[in-house]
Design a protein around this ligand. Structure first.
Ligand SMILES: [Fe+2]
Length: 259
């Protein structure tokens, strides 16, 4: 399995705070069944701004350190906070694409609905960049209006969800939404989004069981291994036909009132 979203590479963002912690996270990832890890440290304009070059040097130094983890393959990426300058960040080698491919992982503001989202996506697609939206099930404005997901996918956006959302780690609304998303073919990648030791990796076996029951082994393999592998090698991903989420009146009420 490939962990497509991690904050393991140390001292670059709010993820691992030391080489030791990063090493422990890699060991936990391996125990949980991941043999490939994509490092996706935050890239937030004016906040977390380690350039591609610096990150590559850091990755190189870090990867050579651990003989016990030689069988875990790692790749460089970043989780880019969406901005109207996103094309400049990529062209100037500030933010990294996923393993130097055309795929990027991006995030949105947590609370406020982003302005110019569709313009920015259009810009990326026009430049042959393939955007993957990180954990949309967690954004309140998407929880209230999940129809957005269908629209985004139709505009060429892929979706990555967090494993933790499946067991309610990101609240009841995110749990309800990710279940709907899985039923409607609106998830293409899964990632742990791990930041700390002894957190999400210990729940992975339990989450995989829930997922196997829910979507079956073939679909689960697409989200955990097949699609991430295609993206890492810059190949096209043929997605399953997405279905627009229509919440019932009761579900809408849950999205507005539960935590
Ligand atoms: Fe993240």
């Amino acid at each position: 399995m490939i962990d497509f979203h991690t904050h393991i590479l140390p001292n670059l963002d709010d993820g691992a705070r030391s080489i030791e912690e990063a090493h422990n996270l890699l060991k936990e990832a391996k125990m949980a069944g991941f043999d490939q890890i994509v490092y996706t440290p935050h890239y937030i304009e004016d906040y977390y701004e380690t350039s591609v070059k610096e990150r590559e040097i850091w990755l190189d130094t870090f990867s050579k350190k651990f003989n016990d983890l030689k069988d875990v393959k790692t790749y460089l990426g970043s989780e880019i906070y969406m901005t109207k300058n996103i094309m400049n960040l990529l062209e100037n080698a500030q933010a990294s694409t996923i393993n130097n491919t055309s795929y990027i992982l991006f995030e949105l503001p947590m609370e406020e609905e982003p302005l110019e989202l569709y313009d920015n996506i259009y810009k990326l697609r026009k430049n042959k960049v393939v955007p993957i939206l990180a954990h949309p099930e967690r954004y309140p404005y998407i929880q209230k209006e999940p129809e957005i997901l269908y629209e985004l996918i139709n505009k060429g956006v892929y979706i990555q969800s967090d494993y933790g959302s499946i067991i309610g780690e990101n609240g009841k609304r995110a749990k309800l939404l990710i279940n709907k998303m899985l039923e409607n073919n609106l998830v293409h990648f899964l990632g742990t989004n791990v930041h700390r030791e002894k957190s999400i990796y210990k729940y992975i076996p339990e989450i995989l069981e829930i997922l196997k029951e829910k979507i079956g082994e073939e679909k689960l393999n697409e989200l955990t291994t097949k699609n991430p592998d295609l993206a890492l090698h810059n190949k096209k991903i043929n997605i399953r036909e997405p279905i627009e989420i229509k919440l019932t009146f009761k579900e809408k009420a849950q999205m507005f009132f539960s935590k």
